[in-house]
Design a protein around this ligand. Sequence first.
Ligand SMILES: [Mn+2]
Length: 284
Amino acid sequence: MSYSDLFLSTSPLITISGEEKVQMFGVPFDSTSSYRVGSRDGPNAFRQAYWNIEIYDQILKVNAENVPVKDLGNMNLTVDSNYMLNAVAKVTGEIKQGGKVPAIIGGEHLLTLSSAAQFEGSSLLVFDAHLDYRDELYGLRISHGTFLRRLLEKVKFKKVVHAGSHAISEMEIRDGRKNMDIISSFDINQSFDNYRMALKDMGDDIYVSIDLDVVDPAYAPGVGNPEPGGLTTMQILNLLYLLKDKKLVGFDIVELDPYFDTGITAPLAAKLFSILTIMASGKR
Ligand SMILES: [Mn+2]
């Protein structure tokens, strides 16, 4: 029996059959969420949106409906962080070992602590309103508000770039700066130059993690911790298109909370997924 047999169930899936490069799974987990819970139901809201948007890409000139994807289903429901982190590490590692690109839909950002850890030596690109670089949050050292600090304590990446921040603490920016390039949403709103420059030093292999709260609540209300001052939809799309010559080794899209969505955020998550899937499949 494989880890995916052990940890994943199958229910309405977005599999597009063929010789796939990308294998996705959902992580219905939100038990360290510090504000609005509900992202445990993000993966299925994402799938529903994915089947209902147009996924021909006008920039990449590729129809994502013709790009094979295997949907492995959702991880077993749990409220135990250690169970979730172990399962995500094992399944992500198994997908990687099989020569495929893991794509993970959250669920809260804590899952990235395990998924990105499978790609030591690659570069890490995080889009997030928050730095998630606290030492602890509400009594937890393992939390969606501390994951990036925990990750960088144990895993050595070639380079770490954090893009789109607009909700940070002084301690996080002071400590975080030592280990990563931090490019705020305000900076990006002025110019993409710093982002382009940072990408140059990242090498080819990049793991991408997108917390949907990097996008302004006007464009993405369905998240756990909305913060005003975020990117526009067009900005996040254009930032992703700049990755088209990179090799995406894995990616995740997290913090989709359907209970606060108004039909906007899930389709955005689906659109971001289709772009990353086309690029990760080498079709661009
Ligand atoms: Mn986050």
